[in-house]
Write a protein that binds this ligand. Sequence first.
Ligand code: SF4
Length: 228
Amino acid sequence: MKPLYVPKGKAKEYGDYAVNIYTGCPHRCYYCFAPSVLHRDREEFHSHVEPRPGIVEALKRQLEREGVTGKLIHLCFTCDPYPTGYDTSVTREVIKAIKESGNHVQILTKGDGIRDFDLLDGNDWYGITYDGMPHGVYEPSDRVIVLADAKYAGLKTWVSCEPVIYAGAVLEFLENCHDIIDKIKIGKLNYHPSTINWKDFGHEAEQLCQKLGMDYYIKESLRKEMEK
Ligand code: SF4
């Protein structure tokens, strides 16, 4: 197994390297693309969540063999590094392996990663997805509180507003929370119906980010809508 890989396609807009730690994810986002990407049954993906067997040792071996160092490694694309209700000590071991090899992490979660903040420093990014919806036991406001904790702990903070489900909630979030966000990525809902006018939303979000002086990135598929 080679846990460390270079993302392709839309995922490439998120990072140069990535590791997927778990076999599934309990958060049950209706728009989750992971079961399709992994050719897995959707119900099975959401209900059977465990660390990929041997992932920590395999990652350590790969990092050493390939001499990867000084890179930012994204956790995770096809799962959540903090699956709510599950033991996440393997995530902790993965972070340790990445940091001990001289690399840094870029976490993206809809759970709560505060338990591992002691492993992170100002070269690491802690990120949440903000789509305005609850996932598992965590409300959007819970995730924002942990993001603020990350900022106060001296970590870099980022938010993935992709996919946007409630446009108004996302714009309000930007307005209210921009001071705890170091970077934001905004993207549209793909492959599912939406009543959002993406062209108007994209321009409104971009103007707001500029007004607030935010470091922002509009994902390609949303940018294309804005240019129509
Ligand atoms: S948190 Fe991510 S991996 Fe988990 S169900 Fe939602 S979209 Fe899928």
